[in-house]
Structure formats: C-alpha cells, structure tokens
Design a protein around this ligand. Structure first.
Ligand code: HEC
Ligand code: HEC
Length: 213
C-alpha cells in the first residue's frame, strides 16, 4: 500500500503540471454536443439504465480520461467503446465533460429505479468504505474517494465521484477490476483494492455507495 500511496502522490504531482488536459471545456456548448450521450447517460447526467453510469457532477478530467481510454482500447465495453468513437474532437469531448460536470452531483434518490434500501448491507458497506478491512489489509475507500464518495476535492480529477452512482454499475466495475477486465486505473490502484474484496463486500459497498445523496 505504501508503494501505491507513493505512486498516488507522484500522479497527483504530475496532474498538477498536466492539469490542462480538460481545461477550456465549455459546458454550454457541451449541452448540445452531448445529445448522443444523453440517450444513455441522461439529459442531466442521471442515467436512464442502471448499467450506464451517472455522469452528473463527475470530475470533468475523469470523464475526459475515460472516453479517451475507451477510444484507445485501454478500457473496453462493447457499447461504450463504439460510442467513444463518436464523441468528436478533443475540444468537443472537453465541452461534453464540462457539461456533465456542471450538473447537480449524482444522488441515489434521483435514480429512475430508486436507491438501494437494505439497511444491514448499507451499514456493512459504510464500515468497509470508511475503515477498509484490517484482516486483508484493505485500505478505506474514503481516503481516495472522499466523504460519501463525492470525490476528494474540487481540484482532484483522478479519484472519481462514486457516491450516488448506480449500484449495478459499481458492482460491475469492482468485479471487472478484480478479474483484470478493467485495467485502466493509474498504478493499478483499483485492481489491487478489488482483489481484496469478496462478492459479499462488493454487494455491500454497492448498496452503501448507491444510496448516497
Ligand atoms: C448506447 C448507450 C451509451 C451511449 C449513447 C453513450 N454511453 Fe457512455 N457508457 C455506456 C455504458 C454501458 C458504460 C459503462 C461501460 C462499462 O460497464 O464499463 C458507459 C461508460 C461511460 C463512461 C465511464 C464513466 C465512469 O464512471 O467511469 C463515460 C465517461 C461515458 N460513458 C461517456 C459517454 C459520452 C461522452 C458519450 C457520448 C459521446 C456516451 N458515453 C455515450 C453507454 C453509453
Ligand atoms: C489509493 C486510492 C484509491 C482507493 C483507496 C480506492 N480507490 Fe477506487 N478508484 C481510484 C482511482 C484512481 C480510480 C479511477 C481509475 C481510472 O482512472 O480509471 C478509482 C475508480 C473506482 C471505481 C470506478 C468508478 C467509475 O466511475 O467507473 C469504483 C467503483 C471504485 N473506485 C470503488 C472503490 C471502492 C469501493 C474502494 C474501497 C474498497 C476504493 N475504490 C478505494 C482510487 C482508489
């Protein structure tokens, strides 16, 4: 973990230098340019299908990076890989990222299908989220994803918002990281973490994060 943390600080330092990757996005222009994306990710970034992630209030630098990763085959999904090719120029993608980032941050209560409600699982998920699991050396998620999964800080674009994301999507991502189907995370940060999670813990985390406001 110490190695990972060092890698994180190096990445953060690098990002401060290369922080212009998404700067200059125009949310107003992005509203029109994101019409295609809205079919699945929603007009306001609250998705219309639990398999499609919410993008409402997501970090613009993170959105930009993910679409570039799909374009370059660093992240793969039959549906989204095809869509990424239709995102337009880098400037179009910056505008789209700025548009979704400017929307009211994702909340469980705004899902079309309703937020998770299993109190026992939510409580268990919260415990893992805050404290990790000392038995397996799992590091608490809060250290990188921030309070309620809403991100670490305004300026940190590396750690995505995951609180208020759809449970189905969260569970799929954690399982994809665990079996190395998703490998685009910097310094294997998420792969190392997901490998320590059981199916039950993933379900509990999905329930907790999916219900965040
Ligand atoms: C036909 C439905 C569909 C359309 C249209 C679509 N997407 Fe997606 N998108 C998906 C799905 C499904 C995923 C989840 C892929 C996975 O499970 O890894 C996704 C994932 C993403 C992610 C990753 C989010 C995260 O939290 O990591 C981003 C960013 C994204 N899409 C942006 C866009 C943009 C920008 C457009 C428009 C150019 C777009 N999408 C159009 C279905 C769609
Ligand atoms: C050391 C920092 C760190 C810790 C601790 C951490 N994460 Fe992450 N997580 C990241 C990074 C960085 C990404 C973005 C990867 C990328 O750029 O593709 C991420 C991405 C994710 C995603 C995908 C989000 C999306 O929109 O696709 C999920 C889900 C996630 N983390 C859940 C968790 C959970 C649950 C825990 C605790 C068990 C956790 N993370 C702990 C750094 C961390």
């Amino acid at each position: 973990m110490i190695k990972t943390l060092k890698a994180v600080s190096v990445l953060l330092a690098l990002f401060c230098v290369a922080g212009g990757a998404f700067a200059g996005g125009d949310a107003k222009l992005g509203a029109g340019k994101s019409e295609l994306c809205q079919g699945c990710h929603g007009v306001d970034g609250m998705s219309v299908n639990p398999e499609c992630p919410n993008l409402a209030g997501q970090k613009p630098g993170y959105i930009f990076k993910q679409v570039k990763d799909f374009q370059h085959g660093k992240r793969n999904n039959d549906t989204m890989s095809a869509m990424a090719g239709l995102a337009g120029s880098d400037q179009d993608l910056k505008d789209i990222s700025a548009y979704y980032a400017s929307q009211k941050t994702m909340q469980g209560s705004r899902y079309m299908m309703g937020a998770p409600t299993d109190k026992k699982k939510i409580k268990a998920g919260k415990k893992i989220y805050l404290n990790g699991d000392p038995r397996t050396g799992l590091y608490g998620c809060v250290n990188c994803h921030g309070k309620n999964g809403k991100g670490k800080s305004e300026t940190n674009q590396i750690f995505p918002v995951i609180g208020g994301q759809t449970k189905d999507y969260l569970v799929k991502q954690l399982k994809d990281f665990r079996k190395a189907d998703r490998t685009n995370d910097p310094a294997n940060m998420m792969m190392d973490i997901a490998k320590k999670l059981t199916d039950e813990q993933i379900d509990q985390l999905g329930e907790y994060l999916g219900s965040r406001e």
